[in-house]
Design a protein around this ligand. Structure first.
Ligand SMILES: *Cc1c(COP(=O)(O)O)cnc(C)c1O
Length: 389
């Protein structure tokens, strides 16, 4: 094989078949572009798929988490416990209410929230726990739920990566008070922009439906159909978070293909695991018994004491070999906003900070060819070989 592949391999790409193109074309030709029958069908199918009573489609996971916190009545000054090791969205939705994100450090093996540190973070102001399933492997939800039960807290899962994930035999989406999914273009089910809230609670589902479209009571989207009416009532100052039917049509096709796409990710992960098992300079993602791993991300960890270059140099070397990568994540507490607002120093969450320095997310998506996978493996080997201590 060539030492440097000819074309840059992007870190992530959606999996596009003719079915997505046809489904979107059909919606465009129909003239019904925004929320409508495709979105309602997508909600129904999605709820059935994860085994939830209700699914409410929105235009992002960020919106999904915002609406869940709104539905539980989060207020200014309240606290929500979450992880230091996550994307911007997880904590910013807490700040939307002028509430306080209480960050907790992570488990060094799974990179998920360290459940042994949650209870000491609970105060009288705590309203909810917001765990993240990093890369898609579920956090320890039983432990989280028992702390929540003991202290009367809600559990809202950031499941942006966790589709499909089985936690102790149950689908993520059917476990906690609320689960938020993302259909951002890089995620395991993609609609460009999009998200879903699942819950078994009728009242919360209704509240999310109403608040995702201006706080207008009862099926606001129907007012321009023949069964609809011009009359509506605003019952609260809601948001503009509704999903379009163009995205809904994409979601329906991608949900249909999710099993196949997941199998391809598993194949790629297995190839990576086998290839990297021999290599003392890198560590593959650790698998825990309680959860399946959908491999939204394949987070490789560098054993920095065995090599002469750091993570950033490693990424640059892969870039020179035409392999795109990413880093998940720069922990929240070292970002200027959180650092300056709450006075954090990097060592406040030593595990998150330490792991951050050794992580590299490799390309893993169902549209990758076998050659692409081989190119990633040989690029990693090549970079590592030239820099063993
Ligand atoms: C992608 C992502 C989000 C945000 O999803 P959007 O649909 O873009 O709002 C939230 N949390 C995590 C962990 C993510 O990776």
């Amino acid at each position: 094989m060539l030492c440097v592949r000819e074309k840059f391999l992007p870190f992530a790409q959606p999996d596009v078949s003719q079915a997505e193109i046809d489904a979107v074309s059909e919606v465009i030709a129909s003239g019904w572009w925004t929320t409508g029958p495709k979105v309602r069908e997508f909600e129904q199918r999605f709820a059935d798929y994860v085994g939830a009573k209700h699914a409410v489609a929105v235009n992002s996971a960020t919106a999904a988490m915002h609406l869940a916190l709104e539905a539980i009545g989060l207020e200014r000054g309240d606290e929500v416990i979450t992880t230091a090791y996550t994307f911007a969205a997880t904590a910013e939705v807490i700040r939307y209410f002028d509430a306080t994100p209480i960050l907790v450090d992570i488990d060094p093996v799974t990179l998920n929230i360290d459940v042994s540190q949650i209870e000491s973070a609970v105060t009288e102001k705590t309203k909810a726990i917001l765990p993240v399933h990093v890369a898609g492997q579920a956090a320890d939800l039983d432990a989280i739920q028992s702390i929540a039960d003991k202290h009367g807290l809600y559990v809202i899962e950031d499941a942006a990566h966790a589709l499909p994930t089985l936690y102790k035999g149950k689908m993520i989406g059917s476990v906690s008070d609320f689960t938020a999914f993302s259909f951002y273009v890089t995620k395991t089910l993609a609609t460009g922009e999009g998200g879903m809230i699942t819950t078994d609670n009728d009242e919360w589902a209704n509240r999310c439906h109403v608040m995702c479209l201006h706080g207008i009571s009862k099926d606001a989207w129907k007012r321009y159909t023949s069964e609809g009416s011009w009359y509506y009532e605003i019952i609260a100052p809601g948001f503009k978070y509704n999903l379009t039917d163009i995205a809904g049509a994409l979601g329906l096709v991608q949900l249909e293909r999710l099993g196949d796409m997941n199998r391809r990710r598993q194949e790629i992960a297995t190839q990576y695991n086998v290839a990297f098992a021999e290599n003392p300079a890198v560590e593959s993602p650790a698998l825990v018994g309680d959860s399946t791993h959908p491999y939204h991300l394949y987070i490789l960890r560098l054993n920095l004491d065995t090599i002469t270059l750091d993570r950033n140099q490693f990424i640059n070397e892969l870039r020179n070999l035409n392999i795109g990568t990413s880093v998940h994540w720069i922990p929240l507490h070292i970002h200027p906003y959180y650092r300056d607002t709450y006075g954090y120093v990097p060592e406040d969450f030593p595990v998150a900070y330490g792991q951050y320095q050794r992580v590299v997310s490799l390309p893993i998506y169902s549209a990758m060819s076998d050659e692409d996978v081989e190119d990633v493996i040989s690029a990693v080997d090549k970079v590592v070989k030239t820099c063993v201590q």
